[in-house]
Design a protein around this ligand. Structure first.
Ligand code: PLP
Length: 249
């Protein structure tokens, strides 16, 4: 951390004024004022003398099914993670055989049979191979595990790809087409990286479809301000819920 208190005539190194302007410009609605107000209300609800006509909040801002209590965690995934991180659990009769086999197969691919060991930079090869096989089965054409890069969540993957298309040209930055409405990660990351956002509207009257005319309109409007390089298509749509079976068109 680079913040230092004022000592003698030395001043703070990192202040709101000196902070990277692009970070200040970031907007992330699902963590914004409504989420902050919800946290305040939650604190007030813990007190006996609150005046709210309800006694608990359901946070719908981030679509968090687990936090709302409406989605039971999937046992298979929990057992698999538990077994990999604490292998002695596999000796108990409570774990089904298929989980034990999966755990064994992953641990045997890890250095020292430990989930804590370092992996290759793109991730454990066996997992990438499984993903490639899945893509092959699903899409009917071969997939190369060497082309697969594992990330801890979607955010890091998206940020890595967007970083690759930055051109660092302040006068004519790279442009990325993003849907409206969208999940805020995209506009926030573009703003952080200084990438130009080309907004295109989804067609609400047509079940939130991507509309070719609208894409062309948005592109033509902004193409002189940036170098258009990429389009974000969210599938299935968040927050619209629209499932696009094919984006070929
Ligand atoms: C469209 C979209 N992109 C990115 C994310 C962020 O994903 P993660 O939490 O895995 O980083 C989400 C999360 O809901 C999302 O819906």
């Amino acid at each position: 951390m680079m913040i230092s208190e004022t000592h003698g005539n030395q001043s703070k190194i990192l202040t709101i004024e000196s902070l990277n302007r692009r970070i200040i410009a970031i907007k992330y609605a699902i963590r914004g004022p409504i989420a902050i107000r919800a946290a305040e209300i939650e604190q007030q609800l813990k007190k006996d003398d609150h005046n709210f006509p309800f006694d608990h909040l359901i946070r719908a801002n981030a679509g968090d099914c687990h936090a709302s209590g409406n989605q039971v965690p999937i046992t298979y995934i929990r057992q698999f993670i538990a077994g990999c991180s604490y292998p002695p659990l596999m000796e108990t009769p409570d774990f089904p055989l298929d989980i034990k086999c999966k755990v064994e197969s992953l641990l045997s691919a890890c250095g020292g049979r430990s989930l804590g060991s370092y992996t290759e930079a793109p991730g454990i090869f066996t997992i990438r191979q499984d993903i490639a096989d899945y893509i092959h089965r699903r899409d009917g054409h071969p997939s190369n595990p060497e082309d697969i890069y594992l990330c801890d969540g979607v955010t890091n993957g998206i940020r890595t790809v967007l970083k690759l298309i930055m051109n660092n040209d302040l006068k004519k930055p790279s442009g990325v087409m993003t849907p409206i409405p969208q999940f805020p990660l995209y506009s926030a990351t573009l703003s952080e990286y200084g990438i130009y956002e080309i907004e295109y509207y989804l067609d609400e009257d047509n079940n939130w479809e991507v509309n070719m005319e609208e894409l062309e309109k948005a592109l033509n409007k902004e193409k002189d301000n940036c170098v258009p390089r990429c389009i974000v298509v969210i599938n299935p749509g968040n927050p619209t819920g629209k499932k696009r079976f094919s984006i070929k068109n």
